[in-house]
Design a protein around this ligand. Sequence first.
Ligand SMILES: Nc1ncnc2c1ncn2[C@@H]1O[C@H](COP(=O)(O)OP(=O)(O)OP(=O)(O)O)[C@@H](O)[C@H]1O
Length: 779
Amino acid sequence: MAEPDILVNFDLAPAANGFGASSSINGIRGGRWKDRFRAKKRLQNKRKPSFLDADGNQKSTNTKSHSNQKSDTPVGPDHDRSSVGRSKFGNEHGGAPKPNHDQPIISSIFSSNPAPVTKIEKTGTEDSAPAIPTNAPLKDGSAFSTMGLAPALASHLVNNMNISAPTSIQQIAVPQLISSDSDAFIQAETGSGKTLTYLLPLVHRIYTATLNGDKLHRDSGCFAVILAPTRELGRQIYTVLMQLLSHPSLHWLVPILILGGEKKKSEKARIRKGGNILVATPGRLADHLSNTTSLNVGLVKWLVLDEGDRLMELGFEETLQQILTALNERAQKGPSNKSLANIGLPDRRITVLCSATMKASVQKLGDMSLKDALYLKSNQKSEATGDGSKSFQAPAQLKQAYIVSPAKLRLVTLAGILRRAFIRKKEHMKVIVFFSCADSVDFHYETFRKTEDKEQDKPVSDTSSDEEQDEEDESEETEVVEVEKKKPKRPSLAAKSTAPLIDPAVSLFKLHGSLAQHIRTTTLNDFFHEKDGAVLFCTDVASRGLDLPNVDLVVQYDPPYSQEDYIHRIGRTARAGRDGRALLFLLPGCEESYPSQVLGEQHLTRRLADEVLKKGFGNAPLPGVSKNVDPSWKRDFMPKTSGAKWEQEAIEFHLDVERRVLASDEFSNIAKRAFQSHIRAYATHVAAEREIFDIKQLHLGHIAKSFGLRERPGDIKVPARGKSGAVASSSAKRKLDSIDTNGDETQETQDEEELRKAAQMMRKKMREHMNIASEFNIG
Ligand SMILES: Nc1ncnc2c1ncn2[C@@H]1O[C@H](COP(=O)(O)OP(=O)(O)OP(=O)(O)O)[C@@H](O)[C@H]1O
């Protein structure tokens, strides 16, 4: 955990006069923990009591004047202090102050914010002309009918699927995969139609094989296996496959979908009936290969590994190896149906690996599964790079931007962006916002849906984990696509609400790996079909492969964990030649180097935080924000600002969230969990990026503020999961306490060596926390 900040946030006696500090220690306010650490040491040596300012910064007590103090705690001494949430810093009688950790920290979101460290050279506007799309269907006269596809299939695409011309990768790869029996690695931009790129050749070849030989049936055997890393992606591939197979000449070809989280019994029944193309997640397929004798894979001629790098990242390497071994063993026994030999299917099993990005894990998977593979790559040139040679290029028409927002302004900035987005364009518009962890998704969902209406959707229960890890759980009432069609109508189980704080007409959804599978499925389905404006708050569970229509904007509220994740997240917009915008949130300071150091190949423009807030809050009053905030609150806690309407509106918005957190144990617990998980997730950035996402630079007080929390970070008691309302003493808090009170760790020296050791120790502790994967709810 981010103990460094806690070093100064703990166990420091408040000042005799809560408003008495005119300056921070040695002029240091906020800033790096190291500086505050040193300041604290110096102060301890002088044995002077000190206290925290409203932002969790340390203040000395040796001055009574507060004339120079920036109005962080705009609370006058004569104000009534009895209300919940009022500041009670100080001791009116001037006696020795006692630490009072029960008191919340009240501060303005607009004060004490660190300024950006980089110069603003070029700012972006939302209205500049889009570049020529690089993942669009070709307009050079290319047609599916000239690519070697069976005429029935080519006309089916045009007439029934509304797909008239191939994309660049389709034009390159489809003919090669039709004519060659080589393995292949397909790499092309997000949204460039890779799914059809591998489905078309294999469906074509199975189809033409049946023209040459006996009619095949669903129980003739399985010819192709397609593996997807997530259930959502598996379902999506299955849907595209169903559309392709809906052609009358292909009705006999039966696809089967087998996914983690689904009922194994019903899957077994479907496998027994037979199917020719299997779409699966790896864990569940491996399970069936071991336990379902009726699964006939002796004839498998294609193995497709979609989102190959993600399959590896999720730890499926061993499972994939098992699958490959099982397929090899059964193939060696020869086709189980002799009459199928020599009908035109490939002699050997073809493996196709697919990804929008190329990284070491994909290469490893390639080494494991491919032999003399063709490397099939889109040759669409990006204006940005000119030669199309970059391996991490986003579609050229996708407008990428970033915003440097101080921690305390993050929440209102997000609100401003979302409001603005729907003021500009309402109908059909969809926005996806990525968060680092499930708890943060939950908090922001609760924040923006702002229900005081008890009838509104209840919090959804957390019953299953991300991806496939909970595949053994058969207790869930989940259905596969075939069954869904027959279900009687019932109220949707989607994690969906209205979003009055954005726009009353906008629907808000949330998606993460801790939601039960049936809720995930329904949520995605409802978001997909939403006709009006919609916002999806999600984790990276929605970053790969998902093809959701009309997504105009992708916001990365928390930065991604790798360059590849960045590309995949933003790739949820600007698909198949459409426009799209992406916005990345960064904190002032070392994070500002992220675009140049990590995303060098991308072209991000910078948007100004002030501009965003002005646009989001400057027009109409927020419809959902309570205007019944106690006027004395406003008097006490709304600092003197420039007086601009947008500032006042933003402050009202934030105060309203804080008020709701204070007023509800349930919401407060959600906020605390989110804060804790957010910090922990932050510490999991890859080692190479740790200087950019440096946990030691985080100002925990400010981060807590962005979760509507007023407690000092070290006083935040994170409730035990699952026991609503019950607040358990968090282990994190104990550990943090021990850092502050353990003399071995804090008393001795002020020199650099000591500091270095402290930093090392804290990093180690962080890693220990991080290893307890279940403790923080990422996914
Ligand atoms: N030739 C085409 N013309 C128009 N639309 C197409 C064409 N091919 C595919 N599409 C559409 O483009 C969208 C993206 O396709 P797909 O999901 O296969 O992309 P992808 O390259 O796999 O993306 P990602 O890398 O994000 O997984 C889908 O809506 C699909 O229907």
